[in-house]
Ligand binder design. Structure first.
Ligand SMILES: [Zn+2]
Ligand SMILES: [Zn+2]
Length: 310
């Protein structure tokens, strides 16, 4: 699982800082979390290609999170035989896309399926396929806003051929059946179970994306023990009152939530335009007083989530 930070800004695009969006690439397809203005350019700069994009999930209908979506749809319409696209977001996302599409007379060449979320409900699964489960939880912002979590299914434990041989199961189809979870019978009539030859089940990888929000239970739920969490850290500690007033967080509040939720790796994003790029270091230093290893993301930075150890 690989992730690309297409932008790390909040509110408005700045020189060298586009708006907060993340592309997640799995073996099967790509998932886009938020679509800030101008992120088409990040796609091109990173040479990502748009054909693999299968799902776009929008956190909320504020301009800095969704104005890039029309451009993404048009870019993808230039791809030959583009397959269908699923767009997920709070109620209103469908109306927004369909209005823009008809007002601009956009020629979109592929079918769009909408999954509209009702943030007055509890956390839920937005979609599930062989690849991942995309779930969401309600955040605390000035409009309906949700956090997203991509979770891979757990994988069976590692197969130990030496154990199978020692138990008298010959190499061949019986090994395959054990790896698929079936019991097998040896020639002398003993039953060998998968547990006898397989290691522990391995947990799937998880990625969380939570912006824009105040600290809240939905944030904790979204990022709980995530391998990699992108969390808004819009303000410095000294701008705490402003963060509260605008329904955002300081880097200290974000780092505190991440620590409480036992996040494994924390990347702060959605940086306020009031800070120059040179001030990222200060933001990062402040976050690290609470969450050592936290980083303030940079545009076009990429991250790999390795397979967890057994
Ligand atoms: Zn925002
Ligand atoms: Zn917002």
């Amino acid at each position: 699982m690989q992730c690309f930070l297409l932008g790390t800004g909040g509110m408005m695009p700045m020189p060298h800082r586009r708006l907060s969006s993340v592309l997640v690439r799995t073996e099967l397809q790509d998932y886009l979390l938020d679509a800030g203005e101008g992120i088409q350019v990040s796609f091109k700069e990173l040479g990502l290609g748009i054909k693999r994009l299968a799902v776009v999930a929008i956190t909320h209908l504020h301009a800095d999170h969704c104005l890039g979506l029309p451009g993404i749809l048009m870019l993808r319409s230039q791809v030959e035989q583009a397959s269908g696209l699923t767009i997920v977001g709070p109620v209103g996302i469908k109306r927004f896309v369909e209005h823009v599409r008809s007002d601009l007379r956009s020629r979109i060449t592929f079918p769009i399926r909408y999954v509209e979320l009702r943030p007055n409900e509890n956390t839920a699964v937005a979609l599930k396929n062989d690849d991942i489960t995309l779930s969401w939880a309600k955040l605390n912002h000035s409009v309906d806003c949700v956090g997203y979590r991509l979770q891979e299914p757990s994988r069976p434990g590692r197969f130990h051929p030496e154990r199978a041989s020692a138990l008298g199961v010959p190499q061949g189809p019986l090994w395959g059946r054990l790896q698929h979870g079936d019991d097998v019978e040896t020639q002398d009539g003993r039953i060998i179970r998968p547990n006898d030859v397989m290691g522990h089940t391995r947990r799937g990888r998880s990625l969380a994306f939570a912006t824009d929000t105040r600290p809240c239970p939905g944030l904790d739920q979204t990022i709980w023990q995530a391998d990699l969490a992108f969390v808004e850290g819009m303000f410095m500690a000294s701008d705490k009152a402003l963060a509260k007033e605008k329904y955002h967080m300081t880097v200290i509040e974000a780092a505190t939530a991440a620590k409480r939720a036992q996040v494994r790796r924390l990347v702060l994003t959605h940086i306020s335009p009031r800070y120059a790029n040179a001030e990222r270091r200060t933001l990062q230093d402040q976050a690290r007083t609470v969450f050592p290893g936290a980083i303030v993301g940079r545009d076009l930075q990429d991250f790999v989530i390795p397979m967890p150890e057994d």
